[in-house]
Ligand binder design. Structure first.
Ligand code: JFZ
Length: 480
């Protein structure tokens, strides 16, 4: 018996060891892994964390063909059309000579984003094609040499900042226009020379962006999956440090650099690289366990996979209620939700997107309290929807009312006690009934939705709660 116990103890120790070793972070000393374990604690990052809803804008010369070339339909994401065999590269690379978006009005975009309820936005300064929407002095392939001429990045930043929306800049590491750019590591000496020129060019452009636009809050990197870039991990790390020193508080996601072993997003020790997890792209986690306790954003397209303007959206187009539910789900799991827009070649936001901004905005006007500054709360998720929380207010965001009209709350010992329930929309109180205890000894409560209430849209019930002390199961005064 004793021997068995010994073997079992030894076995469990052995099984637990790698996990513990990881928790102690003693596994491998990395030079270019995460520079911090756990979340950032500064005010800039706290502000980002509280945004809840953001807007992504993909705009560039790919908006001119809009996914069609000589009548042929490009089935991929519109901003990738240059890589399509049907479109001659030369034709693409001359599109900028026609770029003259006479309807572009940054103030109109910003106002619309504000009305939707966005607290931050991410704007494509340069996508994989290499065309710069600001007048970069390091290449001729910029807006300054288009018929439009004026700085687009600057106008976007000014207009959004005036609306109180924080701006983050999207920047692609891939640059199909630069002769030194390559996806695989240099082989010959000449390759290395030109690739070094590309690295210097990238660094110059990033410094230029931070110098020209000091009000921006972060850089949203893309295209860093190239083997050539991954091989430069020490240099990229140094560049990141340089950018952060230049711009205190700068927010950079996990899609910028890798560690010295080529690990991306999470380093060899399993720690998040940089400030937030950028892997949730057109995809949402299902539970808090999927998230490693880090900050994260989810960037979402309206059709299945279109970022830049595609004149012919095909397949399923998300409705405002679907997007609202995704946003609520993201926020209920401590994430930010960012909805993508692809304006057309003239600078118009497409009517389908405008309609979404109105519908989401109307919902946000009433229910933003459940989104801004709220976070995950340790109350078991129910099929009717999602919980978010801020202080002693718990928000029940309801997407499916059960046929019995009762919204269940399961509160274990040390959980919460709902004191008052009301519609967030009109403060009208609804009844909370105690529903006994379940086998796990959790207290059950039902918020009872009046039969007369036939919601046509998702709605929010706000609970005033009391907290129960974990140790004793006694109620405590709610903390403010
Ligand atoms: C990239 C770009 O190629 C695309 O054009 C768009 O800008 C998007 C926001 O980012 O596409 C990706 C990048 C990463 C994943 C998927 C598409 N990913 O990690 O699943």
């Amino acid at each position: 018996m004793k021997k068995n116990l010994f073997v079992i103890t030894l076995l469990s120790l052995l099984i637990a060891m790698p996990v513990q070793a990881q928790n102690r972070r003693s596994s491998i000393a990395l030079k270019h892994g995460a520079h911090r374990v756990g979340k950032r604690t500064d005010a800039e990052m706290q502000r980002w964390r509280e945004h809840g809803l953001g807007q992504f804008i993909h705009w560039g010369i790919y908006a001119i063909p809009g996914g069609l070339w000589e009548g042929k339909y490009y089935p991929g994401a519109a901003e990738w059309i240059r890589s399509w065999k049907e479109m001659p590269k030369d034709a693409y690379d001359n599109l900028y000579k026609q770029f003259n978006p006479k309807n572009f009005d940054a103030k109109k975009w910003a106002k619309q984003a504000k009305d939707m309820g966005a607290n931050y936005m991410i704007f494509t300064t340069k996508h994989h094609d290499g065309f710069c929407l600001w007048p970069s002095k390091y290449t001729d392939y910029t807006i300054a040499n288009s018929p439009y001429k004026k700085d687009i990045v600057g106008q976007v930043i000014d207009a959004y900042t005036k609306e109180g929306i924080d701006v983050h800049l999207y920047f692609s590491i891939i640059d199909w226009n630069h002769k030194g750019y390559r996806s695989s590591p240099p082989v010959t000496t000449q390759d290395s020379i030109t690739y070094n020129q590309f690295k210097e060019f990238t660094r110059n452009q990033l410094i230029e962006l931070l110098t020209n636009y000091p009000s921006i809050k972060g850089l949203w990197f893309d295209g860093s999956w190239d083997k050539a870039w991954i091989n430069e991990a020490p240099w990229v790390d140094e560049l990141g440090n340089e950018l952060r020193t230049m711009h205190p508080g700068l927010i950079i996601g996990s899609r910028f650099r890798s560690d010295e072993f080529g690990k991306r997003h999470y380093d060899t020790n399993g720690d998040l690289i940089d400030d937030y997890d950028q892997t949730w792209e057109r995809d949402l986690p299902n539970s808090i366990e999927d998230l490693n306790g880090v900050d994260w954003d989810c960037v979402m397209t309206v059709p299945e996979n279109q970022w830049g303007y595609h004149s012919e959206w095909r397949g399923h187009i998300k409705s405002s209620y679907e997007l609202i539910e995704m946003m609520v789900k993201a926020v209920s799991l401590n994430g930010n939700f960012v909805i993508n827009f692809g304006p057309d070649g003239l600078g118009n936001i497409r009517p389908e997107e405008t309609k979404l901004t109105k519908e989401i905005g109307e919902w946000m006007k009433i229910n933003h309290g459940a989104i801004y500054g709220t976070s995950y709360t340790d109350i078991k998720k129910q099929d009717w929807g999602y919980f978010t929380r801020k202080g002693n207010k718990v928000y029940m965001c309801v997407f499916n009312v059960p046929l019995n009209g009762r919204l269940r709350i399961e509160s274990p010992k040390g959980g919460i006690k709902p004191l008052k329930a009301a519609f967030l929309s009109n403060q009208q109180e609804v009844e909370i009934q105690s529903a006994g205890r379940n086998k796990k000894n959790s207290s059950l409560y039902d918020v009872v939705i009046p039969e007369s209430y036939q919601p046509a849209e998702p709605f929010v019930i706000v609970l005033d709660i009391d907290e129960i002390s974990k140790e004793t199961g006694e109620y405590q005064q709610a903390k403010i």
